[in-house]
Design a protein around this ligand. Structure first.
Ligand code: PRP
Length: 216
């Protein structure tokens, strides 16, 4: 349930590029890919265990460390802004199974008094989720948390994994609190906890609308 901030210098560097309105569509998408890859490495380094195995090099017998559980990873792409972010993550987890969920905030309805958005889910396709899986839900933005709560409900319909990681590039305090309260077993990872949400539910200072900036 704790929110953990990724402090890798290159992750902060890449997020700074994403924030700037001088960053065009191609650079924005490439930045999200790069950030996804870095976040994947941070998940491996900070959350996954290693074990020792025997190895035969061309010269000798030795032991070496390998990461456990790399074959038991499921990455969930929350359309659409997460697509380049997931592309990067898959670079770090080449053997991951992938799920896709189309979940969007109903911007017409707007944010309600409790700071939540109605969420429309149009498409859900998840692989089997087993009890020894690490499931990573990737979405560049965690604002009110409405989207992620709806996505997590879908994930738990399919299975109850050993580890659940909610990964965002930028997040805002209300969304972190909401997801942490609703799903205390989830590990929330983010590259930045930004200051606040504005009256339309956008993260400030944020990156703007990540879906629009990546796809036009
Ligand atoms: C954005 C973003 C998240 C969501 C975050 O998606 O990519 O999915 O809003 O907001 P929340 O935490 O308040 O739910 P959007 O609905 O704009 O869809 P898009 O990615 O297709 O543009």
């Amino acid at each position: 349930g704790d929110a953990h901030v990724i402090t890798h210098a290159l992750a902060k560097h890449t997020l700074s590029k994403l924030r700037s309105s001088d960053t065009d569509q191609v650079a924005f998408r490439n930045g999200l890919i790069e950030l996804g890859r870095l976040c994947g490495f941070e998940i491996i380094d900070g959350m996954m265990d290693t074990e020792y195995v025997s190895i035969t090099t061309p010269l000798a017998e030795t032991t070496g460390e390998v990461v456990k559980g790399l074959d038991d990873v499921v990455i969930v792409n929350v359309l659409r802004a997460a697509t380049p972010f997931v592309e990067g993550l898959v670079g770090a987890f080449p053997r991951a199974r992938q799920g896709v969920i189309s979940a969007g905030r109903d911007e017409q309805a707007g944010m309600d008094e409790g700071g939540e958005f109605p969420i429309t889910i149009d498409y859900v396709k998840l692989p089997d989720i087993d009890e020894d899986d690490t499931v990573i839900i990737a979405d560049p933005m965690l604002a009110t948390g409405s989207t992620i709560v709806a996505v997590l409900e879908e994930v738990f319909e399919v299975g109850d994994p050993e580890r659940l990681v909610v990964l965002s590039a930028v997040s805002a305090p209300p969304g972190l609190v909401r997801v942490g309260d609703a799903f205390p077993s989830a590990d929330i990872l983010t590259v930045s906890i930004d200051e606040r949400l504005d009256e339309d539910g956008y993260i400030v200072p944020g990156v703007g609308d990540a879906g629009d900036r990546a796809f036009g």
